[in-house]
Design a protein around this ligand. Structure first.
Ligand code: MOS
Length: 778
């Protein structure tokens, strides 16, 4: 393992250590008993209800709006359209000084324009005394259009794609050597085309906003993945200081990227509240989510691999075409993993983009790698068959020591270990490689593997920690709890850093009045908060030690922080004599926080990392970004894993059942064994959906999404999900806080490829177009 600087000292080992334990989520009881209040459940006296009217053309201008019938519905307060809406500021151009500018889902200034940019764009919002009146009236608004020619058929338009130049994450292309020439010269090769369809977000809780103005102060309740972006973005849009906007988001009913950006529903609820002078609530219908919240781009991918007969890769080519909206969206980093997974002599990766008259694409769990690994990891399996090599063996023969493109060092790389453990847990040795060679009664049985890979990210986070004289601790940070256990993990980390019981820590999050936290995205939230939390705990201990040292009675007199450890609810000298009872803390070696604070006459001590003043925030961002850039120049950082899948295929109907799953992941230190396993299982379940059923259908005649409901867009249900055996190598990444790597996204990567490879093993059929439906298999 490569040596790397350690950001923070390891936690003390005591019997009380919380990190690693499978502790129940602190928010679990409120959620399962119905006590948790979601965004659409905030009662306001006098609340009004909103409903959206969606455009019925893909591109054009509104020529007329007839709101007479809608306005006549009893209880209707307003029908707001571009003809009567107050002016809002257009979405600001993207600026690094204000990252919230990244958060505009589209560039459309809703209801401030007569232009229509996609089928489904909101063209009016109706506000009424009741939800029923609002929805009925919305259905009665008549809109006429001047239609303009529009391009929305990805298959027809992908030939117009242009090479991606660069983006904030990574440049669109990279090359080493001459991959095309090496491919042509390779004794064994594959050159393959894969496609993946568009996907839509289907969080359990559809997007909902409750907004209330008080003069020029705004309160917004919304389940979001980024409260500070939402606050800043709305402040810019409505021309008020950011400090006047409060976003409250304690519970987020699931979010996989769809609640990162600011979409029309949020903006129009705030607008409706301003127009009517009433608190307004808008709950998007499931269809409303499809029409106004972006989803995952479709992709066409080419993967070509050339190898020597021993399996050593000489050429790796991965190119992609994905789409953006004409009015927003970002490049999906489809080829990301192909820069890091295989030690090929010659590499070419290139991403290409085409803009269409559809709602902007957006991020969805492992944007890029989830569909990119489908193509790459299926192609590797195909090459293994060409070579007559075991697919794991082929991967191991090309496992790089350093980053293949540029020779940078890996901060952490344990794919060999992941495959070794996975093969054992799964029983890979029992597999007979010949396709169609394994059966269970009438079912054809197939086993497939694929690698998982997701870069690890960190963002700036401001955190305060307060220790009270009674020994309790409050951690405050405006981060997000979408159900993944973020607050629980931070409480575990704080408990160990301060040497107090888990139960003594309370974590406050989900409110923009708290110190600015990171977004819940890029699997980076836990590490981001942890880094600042650990620093804050260090500062706090220093302050407490300073209090203790002032007293002549304190056994800590003359001690430095480096010689002291936090445990048993206080600070104790670390220099226990090497022999004897080990954990015994002689009474003279330290004292409790309660003793120190009480003697000093203090109710509490607080420590703070980061500043939320405007200047402080910019300085903090600049400092953080330069540190991050330096770190990225030195290290390639990622979570990775090995996915093992078993399927059963009905030879007559083509029905595919996933029957067994083993996933082994390198996510660094495991903070909470239970929530980590939950996240990893969830990603695999979503991968099963990607492989077998999920597909947004765009009508090629008019650009309208045809299946905007869970009845017709099929996500896996319990019956589709086998027992999933996940385990983690639990080795700290020495470059990450506490050694932890984010767990939110890595497990969806590789999942679809493992299924496709298992289906091939069962049937001898290669399906290169997702989802693998019956018609494609028979
Ligand atoms: Mo995400 S796509 O990092 O919610």
């Amino acid at each position: 393992m490569t040596q790397a600087p350690v950001h923070s000292r390891p936690l003390p080992t005591t019997a009380e250590r919380s990190v690693g334990k499978p502790i129940d989520r602190v928010d679990g009881r409120a959620k399962t008993t119905g006590a948790a209040r979601y965004s659409a459940e905030y009662p306001y006296p006098d609340i009004a209800h909103a409903a959206l009217v969606h455009a019925a053309v893909s591109r054009g201008r509104i020529t007329g709006i007839d709101d007479a019938a809608a306005s006549a519905v009893p209880g209707v307060l307003a029908v707001i359209t571009h003809l009567n809406a107050p002016a809002m500021k257009p979405p600001p151009p993207v600026s690094l000084m204000n990252l919230s500018t990244l958060a505009s889902g589209t560039t459309v200034n809703y209801l401030n324009t007569d232009e229509v940019h996609w089928d489904g764009q909101p063209v009016a919002v109706v506000v009424a005394e009741t939800l029923e009146a609002a929805q009925q009236a919305a259905s009665l608004v008549g809109v006429t259009y001047d239609e303009l020619p529009a391009a929305f058929d990805f298959a027809a338009e992908e030939k117009n794609a242009k090479p991606q130049k660069s983006d904030l994450v990574q440049s669109g292309g990279a090359r080493k050597g001459d991959a095309e020439a090496a491919l042509a010269a390779a004794p064994v090769s594959v050159d393959l085309r894969y496609t993946t369809p568009p996907h839509n977000h289907n969080a359990l809780e559809p997007h909902a906003t409750t907004a209330a103005w008080d003069g020029d102060r705004l309160t917004v309740h919304e389940g979001t993945q980024n409260i500070s972006w939402m606050r800043d973005n709305l402040a810019l849009k409505f021309g008020v200081p950011a400090g006047n906007v409060r976003v409250i988001s304690p519970y987020v009913g699931g979010a996989f990227g769809g609640k990162t950006m600011i979409w029309a529903g949020t903006i129009l609820t705030v607008l409706a509240a301003r127009v009517t002078g009433r608190p307004v609530r808008l709950m998007l219908t499931r269809e409303g989510v499809y029409r106004t919240v972006g989803g995952r781009t479709p992709s066409t991918q080419r993967v070509a691999l050339g190898a020597e007969r021993d399996g050593r890769l000489t050429a790796l080519i991965h190119t992609s075409v994905t789409r953006l909206g004409r009015v927003g969206g970002g490049p999906e980093q489809v080829t990301s993993q192909s820069r890091h997974l295989y030690d090929a002599e010659n590499i070419l990766v290139q991403q290409n983009l085409v803009k269409l008259d559809l709602l902007s694409n957006t991020v969805m769990r492992a944007p890029g790698e989830s569909i990119g690994t489908f193509a790459l990891e299926t192609a590797v399996d195909e090459l293994a068959y060409e070579l007559g090599l075991d697919p794991i063996e082929l991967r191991m023969r090309n496992e790089p020591e350093r980053n293949p493109i540029d020779g940078k060092r890996f901060a952490h790389r344990m794919l060999r270990e992941a495959y070794a453990r996975g093969a054992e847990r799964f029983g890979w040795a029992d597999r007979t490689p010949e396709p169609g060679s394994m059966r269970d009664g009438r079912w054809l049985v197939g086993m497939g593997v694929a690698s998982a890979y997701h870069p690890s990210w960190q963002f700036a986070a401001n955190v305060t920690v307060r220790l009270s004289a009674d020994g309790t601790v409050v951690v405050r940070c405006g981060f997000h709890e979408m159900g993944m256990g973020g607050a629980t993990a931070q409480a575990q980390i704080a408990a160990d850093a301060l040497g107090v019981p888990f139960e003594a820590v309370r974590v406050e999050y989900g409110d923009s009045t708290l110190p600015t936290g990171p977004g819940a995205g890029g699997s980076g939230q836990t590490a981001s908060v942890a880094a600042s939390l650990l620093s804050a705990c260090d500062k706090l201990k220093r302050s407490v030690l300073a209090l203790a040292r002032r007293s002549r009675e304190s056994p800590l007199r003359g001690q430095r922080l480096s010689g002291v450890e936090a445990r048993d609810g206080g600070l104790y000298r670390a220099d226990r004599s090497g022999s004897g009872s080990g954990s015994g803390s002689g009474s003279g070696s330290g004292e409790t926080y309660t003793a120190i604070l009480t003697r000093a006459g203090r109710n509490s001590v607080e420590a703070k990392v980061g500043s939320d003043t405007r200047v402080g925030a910019i300085a903090g961002q600049v400092r953080f970004m330069s540190k991050l850039m330096l770190d990225r120049r030195r290290w390639v950082k990622a979570a990775s894993g090995a996915q093992f899948c078993e399927v059963r295929v009905d030879p007559d109907t083509g029905e595919v059942r996933v029957s067994r799953w083993v996933g082994v992941f390198d996510v660094g230190t495991v903070i909470n064994a239970k929530t980590t396993a939950g996240q990893l299982r969830g990603g695999i379940v979503m991968g099963i959906g990607m492989a077998l059923s999920e597909e947004t259908l765009v009508d090629p005649r008019n650009g309208r999404i045809m299946n905007p409901s869970l009845a017709e867009y099929h996500v896996p249900v319990h019956a589709d999900v086998p027992p999933i055996d996940v385990s983690c190598l639990d080795e700290p990444d020495p470059t990450m806080p506490l050694g932890l790597i984010g767990v939110g996204e890595v497990s969806i990567t590789g999942a679809a490829a493992a299924i496709a490879n298992a289906v091939h093993h069962a049937t001898g059929r290669r399906v290169r177009d997702l989802p693998i439906t019956l018609d494609r298999l028979l």
